[in-house]
Design a protein around this ligand. Structure first.
Ligand code: 5GP
Length: 182
């Protein structure tokens, strides 16, 4: 599982890794009640759901974990995770810290990787450069980042994303070490 503050670059690192073409890796697609951002593909970036739809799925135990992050609900559909693990494929979950710690409680051999941005100033400038969030949301994401970074030492590995290619190499090396490379 990969966590890190908004703007740490975790999704970009995973996308770049998948572009390298690793056949034994799959990325989990989460469900969320947040609105799609420009460029996000429904059922590709996320399964975009209304709160009612999300809560119905949650009540049917369709999520491995779920959490409220920045005022929206996010959850990992359990079916694809079960299928991937049954086929011997590693599945990457890009989820927040609460979600990652909840998954670890259920799946003890899960690997937790935390992506660190070089500093809060960098996070702030990345969030502003992304241009997808209003000021209140940016401030909420920065406050959350401080809380998440404080929990990074509960993770098995940390990756510093000051250089994207090196961060992708670091992630690939960690996965290979855990027999998820290829
Ligand atoms: P964003 O709205 O920027 O895409 O994501 C906000 C936060 O929600 C990020 O920290 C992201 O990792 C987290 N997140 C995305 N999907 C899930 C999920 O399925 N479960 C949990 N717990 N967090 C998620």
């Amino acid at each position: 599982m990969l966590s890190g503050a908004s703007g740490s670059g975790k999704s970009t690192i995973v996308r770049k890794l998948m572009d390298r073409g690793c056949f034994r890796l799959q990325v989990s697609i989460s469900a969320t009640t947040r609105e799609p951002r420009a460029g996000e593909i429904p059922d590709g970036s996320y399964y975009f759901r209304t709160r009612e739809e999300f809560e119905a799925d949650r009540d049917r135990d369709n999520f491995l974990e779920w959490a409220e992050v920045h005022g929206h609900l996010y959850g990992t559909p359990v079916g694809p995770v079960r299928d991937a693990l049954a086929r011997g494929i590693c599945i990457i979950l890009v989820i927040d810290v609460q979600g990652a710690l909840n998954v670890r409680a259920k799946v003890p051999n899960a690997i937790l990787i935390f992506v660190q941005a070089p500093g809060l100033e960098t996070l702030e400038s990345r969030l502003r450069a992304r241009g997808t969030d209003d000021e209140a949301t940016i401030l909420k994401r920065l406050a959350n980042a401080r809380r998440e970074v404080a929990l990074a030492d509960r993770y098995d590995h940390q990756i510093l994303n000051d250089d994207l290619d090196r961060a992708v190499d670091d992630l690939a090396a960690i996965l290979t070490r855990h027999q998820c490379g290829g």
